[in-house]
Design a protein around this ligand. Structure first.
Ligand SMILES: [Zn+2]
Length: 460
């Protein structure tokens, strides 16, 4: 310890460019070196004492005071891009963050970063090819049937959502407009009392108050799982772009609803007993007309008729007729896009779905059309210059690796440590997290078995 060679190494450390020692600074160097040693020793002592105090009194789950069993409320604010919580004063969201656990850099959606695929991934822990909802709108290649957001036939909705898992194990669940919850499947009957039919005009206050009213039921009838959907701030984000003041207003409104929920739970003396998870399905990015790619510009290389296109933007999905080679279409499209002769062509790249990067998990379903386009952030693709679209607005659905597509994750409750920050994670992990809190046996899914224990306080 303290040998000159160590000091010399310290001086020559390229990571400390501010230290340019000369002969006149020798004494300073020695003092500095000694100070560093003292500091290091102090830090070591501090770390050791922290470690020992942690092992002596490691935090564990806080026991409930009133409720007889765990209850989880999940609130989804559609299109709540990560960072929106800083747009304005959000005292209620901040209260949850301060007293709970937060994904410090947001929650990662699944690809495509669209509403229905993501809400159903949160509910099932499955990537879209496995839960079947591969887009907000798509066609079944076998039957030719169209799926829309109003399709509630169970054959579309694969996997086992949380409400079904609960019902199968005799545990009551309540859903309020969560995508997929109206589908009658397995043990889940979508009971009218706990599963209202979607009606976007129901005020948020009514939705929150309905959930709160469930806590006034006899203790054995309180649903252990409640999943609430709010359309904002997605609507404003699409119409006006993520930086519009109307989005700020919508964020404030969502915050008010979180406050209403907290206040209702506090009034009943159960805020600390209930697990409250606030999250979103995806983020939002500003889009403007000048960043557009027109499919008809590719005509010199390959003609893409409208009838082949299942969805345009941001998820360009193409299903050519059986007699047309998809590989050839992809090759011709990419040739045109990279030629330098197609406006914004460099911001669109076409793939056979099986050639998409594996991290997207977007090939293992016949519902996914054979040709998928990956669009650059904030770019739009339309058929031609007569296609109708607004001058500027907001969009999502892009590559889920983009920061702008991230949303929030905040959890407060007996098994979440106060003030803890956790790294970003994908929303397919949430299913296992919730089944663990509720002591349910989860169905097989794409989440990792170790995730819940890495985030939750151990139960006592
Ligand atoms: Zn959405």
């Amino acid at each position: 310890m303290g040998s000159p060679s160590s000091a010399s190494q310290l001086r020559e450390d390229p990571s400390k460019p501010l230290l340019h020692p000369t002969s006149s600074t020798r004494r300073y160097r020695t003092t500095l070196f000694c100070s560093c040693l003292v500091l290091l020793a102090l830090v070591a002592v501090a770390i050791a004492s922290t470690a020992s105090s942690r092992s002596a009194s490691a935090p564990t789950a806080r026991p409930p005071s009133k409720l007889s069993r765990p209850v989880v409320i999940i609130v989804s604010a559609d299109g709540f891009r990560f960072g929106y919580q800083f747009k304005t004063q959000t005292p209620n969201i901040r209260q949850l963050i301060a007293a709970g656990t937060e994904a410090e850099e947001g929650l990662i959606p699944v690809f495509p970063s669209l509403t229905f695929p993501n809400h159903y991934s949160i509910a099932t822990g499955l990537y879209p090819p496995y839960h079947g909802i591969i887009n907000n709108y798509f066609t079944d290649p076998v039957t030719g049937d169209w799926f829309t957001t109003a399709s509630h036939e169970p054959h579309w909705w694969l996997g086992e959502p949380l409400w079904q898992t609960a019902a199968a194990q005799g545990v009551a669940a309540a859903t309020y407009f969560w995508p997929g919850s109206e589908v009658i499947k397995g043990s889940w009957t979508c009971p009218p009392k706990f599963c209202p039919k979607y009606n976007g005009s129901v005020p948020f206050e009514q939705r929150v108050d309905t959930l709160l009213g469930f806590f006034d039921l006899p203790s054995g009838e309180i649903p252990a799982l409640m999943m609430l959907y709010l359309e904002q701030p997605d609507l404003q984000g699409h119409e006006l772009g993520p930086d519009d003041p109307e989005v700020t207003k919508a964020v404030a409104r969502v915050d008010q609803m979180i406050g209403r929920l907290i206040a209702g739970l506090e009034r009943r003396g159960i805020f600390e007993d209930v697990t409250m998870i606030m999250l979103g399905d995806h983020g939002m990015v500003g889009v403007c007309r000048k960043k557009t790619i027109f499919l008809d510009d590719l005509a010199p290389w390959v003609q893409i008729p409208e009838s082949w296109v299942q969805s345009y933007s941001p998820l360009l999905a193409i299903r050519p007729p059986a007699e047309v080679s998809s590989s050839e279409v992809v090759a011709k499209m990419n040739e045109g896009l990279s030629s330098g002769k197609v406006e914004n062509g460099e911001y669109l790249r076409m793939f056979l779905k099986e050639d998409l990067p594996e991290r997207l998990h977007y090939s293992a379903s016949s519902r996914i059309p054979p040709i998928i386009g990956m669009l650059g952030e904030a770019y739009t693709v339309v058929q031609n210059r007569t296609s109708e679209f607004s001058e500027c607005g907001g969009a999502h659905g892009y590559d889920n690796a983009l920061f702008s597509m991230r949303t929030i994750f905040i959890a407060h409750g007996p098994r979440f440590e106060r003030g803890r920050k956790i790294p970003s994670f994908k929303n397919v992990e949430i299913y296992n997290l919730v089944t663990t809190i509720l002591n349910l046996n989860g169905a097989p899914n794409n989440g990792s078995a170790s995730f819940p224990n890495s985030v939750l306080l151990p139960s006592t």
